[in-house]
Design a binder for this molecule. Structure first.
Ligand code: ASP
Length: 348
């Protein structure tokens, strides 16, 4: 099974765009978003959530070798998906309230303007790759649950137990302590309680030809209600790419992001001329404006976390969160952690 965006797809997309520029509306070009003319990046750049240092390094190296931007981004995030010590993504991700690991992922390929996603996928370690297969081989955008698993198995993905011993123990602690009126005995007071974890990896890239792609993959909120799907597999929320403008994505409370289509909104703010960091900050302000009062403290600060990461076609990048946080970026030369912009000094 091929694991790369095929040359046929890539060239097909490129020639489609070239023809569209001449033929206009017949091919649908010109009916979409307003045209913008942004000078393309002259370097390879990748921006990701804080757990994505290895991802941006890998994506940067691969783009330097001429690998397609989506393939490079997915190879990057796969490192976290396959890492049993990252409890927020893929193998080793914390399970839902029944102890089952359900994974979400989505991706977009700028040059071909295509998207793919999977939701509540069980038993497959690399949902980002399955999302890419949806993009490549179907006329659909999102497959979920059992259907997504059968789709993956048909391409030779292996079904595996994703619940590591560490994740199982964390889940058992949570189950024992979730309430005092259930049939589970609480664990002793001095035993460390496991908190509700969040985590995800988002990676957005642009190459030296100005081609963009994005991917987000997660095990979602730990102890979630079975079947819950967050923002990560939602195109426009968990990630979004417009090859004329930029790419953006998020980590954090998916329910808050879905309501503002945050990745799409961040790209739209960049289309209007905002720098990636300013666009991400503006999206966070919109999130606050649409948040239910129960999720804000008395000073109007969100009681949840959410971070947006963005890169534009020129290769400028940035991230913003409610409170201080680090993110990872490859700036064309080195991979490093950077400070995200933020709205509030500290957590409520
Ligand atoms: N955004 C993910 C979700 O809501 C979780 C996270 O990033 O922490 O599923």
């Amino acid at each position: 099974m091929s694991d790369t965006l095929s040359r046929r797809e890539f060239l097909g997309a490129a020639s489609g765009l070239a023809a569209g520029a001449v033929l206009g509306p017949e091919l649908g070009v010109g009916r979409g978003a307003p045209a913008v003319h942004i000078q393309a990046a002259s370097k390879n750049v990748a921006v990701a959530s804080g757990n994505g240092l290895r991802a941006v390094q890998r994506a940067g190296e691969l783009m330097a070798q001429g690998v397609d931007t989506l393939d490079a981004a997915i190879e990057g995030v796969k490192i976290q998906e396959l890492d049993p010590n990252d409890a927020s993504v893929g193998y080793g991700g914390f399970p839902n309230e029944e102890g089952v690991v359900q994974l979400d992922a989505s991706c977009m390929h700028g040059p071909s303007r295509r998207a793919g996603a999977v939701g509540a996928l069980e038993g497959i370690k690399t949902p980002s790759v399955v999302a890419k297969y949806v993009l490549l081989y179907t006329d659909h955008i999102m497959l979920v649950g059992e259907g997504a698993k059968r789709f993956a198995l048909s391409y030779g993905f292996k079904e595996e137990n994703l619940l590591t011993d560490r994740a199982r123990e964390a889940w058992l602690h949570w189950r024992a302590n979730r309430g005092s009126r259930d049939d589970w005995l609480d664990v002793p007071r001095d035993e460390r309680l496991t908190i509700r974890e969040q985590g995800t990896i988002n990676c957005n890239v642009v190459n030296s030809r100005g081609e963009l792609s994005s991917v987000t993959t997660t095990s979602g909120l730990s102890w979630k209600i079975p079947g819950r799907v967050g923002d990560s597999p939602i195109i426009g929320a968990g990630q979004y790419t417009d090859n004329d403008v930029g790419a953006a994505g998020s980590t954090g409370r998916g329910e808050a992001n879905i309501k503002v289509c945050g990745a799409f909104l961040t790209v739209e703010f960049m289309r209007r001329g905002m720098k990636p960091t300013d666009a991400a900050l503006e999206t966070l302000r919109r999130v606050i404006a649409t948040s239910e009062p129960r999720l804000l403290d008395e000073q109007g600060r969100p009681t949840f976390g959410l971070t947006f990461y963005a890169v534009n076609k020129k290769g400028e990048f940035g991230a913003a969160a409610f409170t201080p946080r680090r993110y990872a970026a490859f700036d064309g030369e080195t991979a490093a952690h950077h400070d995200a912009a933020y709205l509030f000094e500290r957590e409520p």
